[in-house]
Ligand binder design. Structure first.
Ligand code: KIV
Ligand code: NA
Length: 263
Protein backbone atom coordinates (compact mmCIF):
# COMPACT_ATOMS: atom_id res chain seq x y z
CA UNK A 1 0.00 0.00 0.00
CA UNK A 2 1.22 3.49 -0.77
CA UNK A 3 2.18 5.39 2.36
CA UNK A 4 0.05 8.32 3.48
CA UNK A 5 1.74 11.65 2.79
CA UNK A 6 0.84 15.26 3.43
CA UNK A 7 -0.11 15.65 -0.21
CA UNK A 8 -2.59 12.79 0.17
CA UNK A 9 -4.19 14.62 3.14
CA UNK A 10 -4.24 17.83 1.10
CA UNK A 11 -6.00 15.90 -1.69
CA UNK A 12 -8.55 14.59 0.85
CA UNK A 13 -9.36 18.17 1.73
CA UNK A 14 -9.75 19.14 -1.94
CA UNK A 15 -11.98 16.11 -2.62
CA UNK A 16 -13.92 16.67 0.59
CA UNK A 17 -13.25 13.06 1.66
CA UNK A 18 -12.49 12.91 5.39
CA UNK A 19 -9.42 11.07 6.68
CA UNK A 20 -8.97 9.17 9.94
CA UNK A 21 -6.40 9.70 12.70
CA UNK A 22 -5.78 7.80 15.91
CA UNK A 23 -3.19 7.88 18.67
CA UNK A 24 -0.69 5.02 18.77
CA UNK A 25 2.10 4.35 21.21
CA UNK A 26 3.48 0.94 20.27
CA UNK A 27 4.21 -1.35 17.33
CA UNK A 28 1.36 -3.82 17.85
CA UNK A 29 -1.50 -1.32 17.93
CA UNK A 30 0.17 0.80 15.23
CA UNK A 31 0.20 -2.22 12.90
CA UNK A 32 -3.46 -2.95 13.65
CA UNK A 33 -4.53 0.66 13.14
CA UNK A 34 -2.58 0.95 9.90
CA UNK A 35 -4.09 -2.29 8.57
CA UNK A 36 -7.55 -0.98 9.49
CA UNK A 37 -7.05 2.00 7.18
CA UNK A 38 -6.25 4.72 9.71
CA UNK A 39 -4.44 7.47 7.78
CA UNK A 40 -2.52 9.26 10.54
CA UNK A 41 -1.01 7.81 13.73
CA UNK A 42 -0.24 10.32 16.48
CA UNK A 43 2.23 9.59 19.24
CA UNK A 44 0.34 11.94 21.52
CA UNK A 45 1.50 13.24 24.86
CA UNK A 46 -1.85 11.82 26.00
CA UNK A 47 0.44 8.87 26.75
CA UNK A 48 1.07 10.61 30.06
CA UNK A 49 -2.53 9.94 30.98
CA UNK A 50 -3.45 6.66 29.24
CA UNK A 51 -0.10 4.86 29.63
CA UNK A 52 1.55 6.50 32.63
CA UNK A 53 -1.51 7.24 34.75
CA UNK A 54 -0.90 10.96 35.28
CA UNK A 55 -3.89 13.29 35.45
CA UNK A 56 -2.44 15.65 32.83
CA UNK A 57 0.12 15.59 30.01
CA UNK A 58 2.61 17.83 31.81
CA UNK A 59 4.86 15.05 33.12
CA UNK A 60 5.64 13.66 29.66
CA UNK A 61 9.26 14.05 28.57
CA UNK A 62 11.01 14.11 25.22
CA UNK A 63 12.54 10.72 26.02
CA UNK A 64 9.03 9.31 26.53
CA UNK A 65 7.74 10.55 23.17
CA UNK A 66 10.94 9.47 21.38
CA UNK A 67 10.65 5.97 22.86
CA UNK A 68 7.03 5.54 21.78
CA UNK A 69 7.67 7.08 18.35
CA UNK A 70 10.41 4.53 17.74
CA UNK A 71 8.04 1.73 18.75
CA UNK A 72 5.31 2.95 16.39
CA UNK A 73 7.76 3.49 13.52
CA UNK A 74 9.04 -0.09 13.80
CA UNK A 75 5.58 -1.28 12.71
CA UNK A 76 6.28 0.42 9.35
CA UNK A 77 2.68 1.59 9.12
CA UNK A 78 1.12 2.82 5.89
CA UNK A 79 -0.18 5.69 8.06
CA UNK A 80 1.58 9.05 8.34
CA UNK A 81 3.40 9.27 11.69
CA UNK A 82 2.95 12.46 13.71
CA UNK A 83 4.61 13.00 17.10
CA UNK A 84 3.83 15.52 19.83
CA UNK A 85 6.31 18.01 21.23
CA UNK A 86 5.64 17.57 24.96
CA UNK A 87 5.28 20.32 27.58
CA UNK A 88 8.18 22.83 27.45
CA UNK A 89 10.05 20.95 24.70
CA UNK A 90 9.51 24.20 22.80
CA UNK A 91 10.69 26.47 25.65
CA UNK A 92 13.09 28.18 23.25
CA UNK A 93 13.46 28.26 19.48
CA UNK A 94 16.62 26.18 19.75
CA UNK A 95 14.98 23.52 21.90
CA UNK A 96 12.02 23.47 19.50
CA UNK A 97 14.34 22.70 16.60
CA UNK A 98 16.52 20.15 18.39
CA UNK A 99 13.60 18.34 20.01
CA UNK A 100 11.67 18.24 16.73
CA UNK A 101 14.78 16.78 15.09
CA UNK A 102 14.80 14.03 17.72
CA UNK A 103 11.18 13.14 16.88
CA UNK A 104 11.93 13.04 13.16
CA UNK A 105 15.01 10.88 13.75
CA UNK A 106 12.87 8.54 15.86
CA UNK A 107 10.66 7.98 12.82
CA UNK A 108 8.05 10.76 12.79
CA UNK A 109 6.99 12.29 9.47
CA UNK A 110 5.88 15.50 11.15
CA UNK A 111 5.56 17.14 14.56
CA UNK A 112 2.59 18.63 16.38
CA UNK A 113 2.91 21.69 18.65
CA UNK A 114 0.28 23.24 20.91
CA UNK A 115 -0.29 26.98 20.72
CA UNK A 116 -1.74 29.96 18.92
CA UNK A 117 -0.48 32.76 16.68
CA UNK A 118 2.74 33.11 18.69
CA UNK A 119 3.87 29.75 17.27
CA UNK A 120 4.49 31.40 13.89
CA UNK A 121 8.25 31.89 14.33
CA UNK A 122 8.79 28.29 15.49
CA UNK A 123 6.74 26.95 12.61
CA UNK A 124 8.67 29.04 10.08
CA UNK A 125 11.99 27.80 11.46
CA UNK A 126 10.88 24.16 11.41
CA UNK A 127 9.40 24.33 7.92
CA UNK A 128 12.60 25.92 6.57
CA UNK A 129 14.49 22.92 7.90
CA UNK A 130 12.16 20.40 6.28
CA UNK A 131 10.02 19.51 9.28
CA UNK A 132 6.28 19.67 8.58
CA UNK A 133 4.17 20.97 11.47
CA UNK A 134 0.64 20.45 12.73
CA UNK A 135 -0.55 23.34 14.93
CA UNK A 136 -2.78 22.13 17.79
CA UNK A 137 -5.24 24.90 18.73
CA UNK A 138 -8.36 25.38 20.84
CA UNK A 139 -8.20 23.26 23.99
CA UNK A 140 -4.46 22.69 24.29
CA UNK A 141 -4.10 20.26 27.23
CA UNK A 142 -0.57 21.41 28.14
CA UNK A 143 -2.26 24.69 29.21
CA UNK A 144 -4.84 22.99 31.46
CA UNK A 145 -3.62 24.96 34.48
CA UNK A 146 -3.98 28.27 32.64
CA UNK A 147 -7.46 27.29 31.40
CA UNK A 148 -8.56 26.14 34.87
CA UNK A 149 -9.66 22.75 33.56
CA UNK A 150 -10.43 20.92 30.32
CA UNK A 151 -12.95 23.42 28.95
CA UNK A 152 -14.42 24.03 25.51
CA UNK A 153 -12.57 26.92 23.82
CA UNK A 154 -13.72 29.53 21.32
CA UNK A 155 -17.19 29.90 22.84
CA UNK A 156 -17.40 33.72 22.73
CA UNK A 157 -17.38 35.53 19.39
CA UNK A 158 -14.13 37.29 20.38
CA UNK A 159 -12.45 33.98 21.17
CA UNK A 160 -13.76 32.45 17.95
CA UNK A 161 -12.47 35.39 15.87
CA UNK A 162 -9.07 35.13 17.55
CA UNK A 163 -8.92 31.41 16.78
CA UNK A 164 -9.75 32.00 13.11
CA UNK A 165 -7.23 34.84 12.83
CA UNK A 166 -4.50 32.79 14.52
CA UNK A 167 -5.18 29.77 12.30
CA UNK A 168 -4.63 32.05 9.28
CA UNK A 169 -1.37 33.33 10.82
CA UNK A 170 -0.10 29.78 11.39
CA UNK A 171 -1.07 28.70 7.89
CA UNK A 172 0.89 31.67 6.52
CA UNK A 173 3.84 30.66 8.73
CA UNK A 174 3.78 27.29 7.01
CA UNK A 175 1.71 24.95 9.20
CA UNK A 176 0.76 21.92 7.07
CA UNK A 177 -2.17 20.91 9.29
CA UNK A 178 -4.32 22.55 11.94
CA UNK A 179 -5.77 20.43 14.76
CA UNK A 180 -8.71 21.83 16.71
CA UNK A 181 -9.63 20.36 20.08
CA UNK A 182 -12.94 21.03 21.86
CA UNK A 183 -14.39 23.99 20.02
CA UNK A 184 -18.00 24.55 18.93
CA UNK A 185 -18.66 22.83 15.59
CA UNK A 186 -19.51 26.11 13.88
CA UNK A 187 -16.21 27.65 15.00
CA UNK A 188 -14.35 24.63 13.59
CA UNK A 189 -16.26 24.99 10.32
CA UNK A 190 -15.31 28.68 10.19
CA UNK A 191 -11.64 27.93 10.84
CA UNK A 192 -11.70 25.33 8.07
CA UNK A 193 -13.26 27.88 5.73
CA UNK A 194 -10.58 30.45 6.62
CA UNK A 195 -7.57 28.25 5.77
CA UNK A 196 -6.66 25.98 2.88
CA UNK A 197 -4.69 23.34 4.82
CA UNK A 198 -6.47 20.24 6.15
CA UNK A 199 -8.09 20.71 9.57
CA UNK A 200 -8.27 17.78 12.02
CA UNK A 201 -10.85 17.85 14.78
CA UNK A 202 -11.38 16.23 18.17
CA UNK A 203 -14.55 17.47 19.79
CA UNK A 204 -14.79 19.94 16.90
CA UNK A 205 -17.71 18.54 14.96
CA UNK A 206 -18.00 16.96 11.51
CA UNK A 207 -17.26 19.97 9.26
CA UNK A 208 -13.49 19.42 9.21
CA UNK A 209 -11.18 17.28 7.07
CA UNK A 210 -10.02 14.67 9.55
CA UNK A 211 -11.01 13.25 12.92
CA UNK A 212 -8.77 12.05 15.73
CA UNK A 213 -9.39 10.18 18.97
CA UNK A 214 -7.21 8.79 21.72
CA UNK A 215 -7.07 5.02 21.17
CA UNK A 216 -7.90 4.12 24.76
CA UNK A 217 -10.97 6.40 24.64
CA UNK A 218 -12.42 4.83 21.49
CA UNK A 219 -11.81 1.35 22.90
CA UNK A 220 -13.65 2.33 26.08
CA UNK A 221 -10.76 1.46 28.40
CA UNK A 222 -9.79 4.96 29.60
CA UNK A 223 -10.23 5.68 33.30
CA UNK A 224 -12.47 8.47 34.54
CA UNK A 225 -15.30 10.39 32.95
CA UNK A 226 -15.71 9.87 29.21
CA UNK A 227 -15.63 13.22 27.36
CA UNK A 228 -18.71 14.11 25.29
CA UNK A 229 -16.85 13.84 21.97
CA UNK A 230 -15.74 10.22 22.54
CA UNK A 231 -17.49 7.17 21.13
CA UNK A 232 -16.70 3.62 22.23
CA UNK A 233 -16.20 1.74 18.95
CA UNK A 234 -15.36 -1.57 20.66
CA UNK A 235 -18.78 -1.79 22.35
CA UNK A 236 -20.42 -3.08 19.16
CA UNK A 237 -17.45 -4.96 17.69
CA UNK A 238 -15.87 -8.34 18.42
CA UNK A 239 -12.23 -7.27 18.22
CA UNK A 240 -9.92 -4.29 18.44
CA UNK A 241 -9.13 -4.65 14.72
CA UNK A 242 -12.84 -4.39 13.96
CA UNK A 243 -13.24 -1.41 16.29
CA UNK A 244 -10.44 0.40 14.40
CA UNK A 245 -12.13 -0.44 11.09
CA UNK A 246 -15.52 0.74 12.40
CA UNK A 247 -14.00 4.05 13.51
CA UNK A 248 -12.21 4.51 10.17
CA UNK A 249 -15.45 3.79 8.30
CA UNK A 250 -17.53 6.08 10.53
CA UNK A 251 -15.09 8.96 9.96
CA UNK A 252 -14.94 8.40 6.20
CA UNK A 253 -18.74 8.19 5.86
CA UNK A 254 -19.19 11.18 8.21
CA UNK A 255 -21.34 9.16 10.61
CA UNK A 256 -18.86 10.10 13.36
CA UNK A 257 -18.94 12.56 15.01
CA UNK A 258 -22.73 12.65 15.41
CA UNK A 259 -24.69 15.51 17.00
CA UNK A 260 -24.28 14.14 20.51
CA UNK A 261 -20.48 14.28 20.17
CA UNK A 262 -20.41 17.98 19.28
CA UNK A 263 -20.31 21.28 21.16
O1 KIV B 1 -1.95 13.78 22.84
C1 KIV B 1 -2.92 13.50 22.13
O2 KIV B 1 -3.43 12.38 22.11
C2 KIV B 1 -3.50 14.58 21.32
C3 KIV B 1 -4.81 14.31 20.66
C4 KIV B 1 -5.89 14.28 21.68
C5 KIV B 1 -5.11 15.29 19.59
O3 KIV B 1 -2.91 15.62 21.21
NA1 NA C 1 -1.21 15.91 22.67
Amino acid sequence: MTPVTLSFLQQCRQDNTPFSCLTAYDATFAAQASAAGIDVLLIGDSLGMVLQGHDSTLAVTMDDVVYHTKNVARARPRSLIMADLPFMANATLESTLLNSARLMQAGANMVKIEGEGWLADSIKALVRRGIPVCAHMGLTPQSVNAFGGYKVQGRTSDAASKLIEDARVLETAGAALILLECVPRQVAADVREAVSVPVIGIGAGPEVDGQILVMHDMLGVSQGKRPRFVKNFLATEASIANAFRAYDHAVKTRTFPAKEHCF
